[in-house]
Design a protein around this ligand. Sequence first.
Ligand code: PRP
Ligand code: URA
Length: 209
Amino acid sequence: MGKVHLIEHPLIQHKLTIIRDKNTGAKDFRELVEEVSLLMAYEVTRDICLEEVEVETPMCKTKGYTMAGKKVGVIPVLRAGLGMVDGILRLIPTARVGHIGVYRDPASLQPVEYYCKLPDDIKERDLIVVDPMLATGGSAAAAIAFIKERGGTSIKLMCLLAAPEGIAVIEKAHPDVDIFVAAIDEKLDEKGYIVPGLGDAGDRLFGTK
Ligand code: PRP
Ligand code: URA
């Protein structure tokens, strides 16, 4: 079973509270989502393998470490996942970015895939699927299934907020996937929105409502 990692660092909790605030405008919302994503990426990448190398300082030669093993891929679930990409790329500029477009049909809440472009070598990469909201879990579960169909094997899911329902869906559908979240909220409402949540992440990022 994949693990659920609740990242409760004070900086993340502080910024998340401003993100939740309905009076926070699109510019601050975007910047804060990027900052929280950067901070979360620090934890998500904690188990990256290192290899020993020699480095020459101005004083002498010494032992150092560089990232080894698999390279990283970041896969935002469109649209709202896009808001999390730049924060991660600031930490791991060499990561490749794939895109998966999934929207929730508003009536059935079922995920519909409308776009997919992934790096050729996803088999060889540690993949971080990003989406701010894990609500029913349908979108993330579908996105991960599409990535597996195309060869992805090492997958983590990183979200700002999750509902318990969404976590249960991912645990059942993808027990190999670790989930990283900044908060686990109380419940979903009758329209599948996370409560207390932050509203519609895509609309708040892109100012579409
Ligand atoms: C939102 C969000 C997730 C999904 C979560 O996207 O960004 O992808 O809903 O809900 P679920 O866990 O119940 O599937 P939305 O479908 O609103 O599309 P958007 O990002 O284009 O706004
Ligand atoms: N998608 C969102 O953007 N917000 C929610 O609360 C649930 C799904």
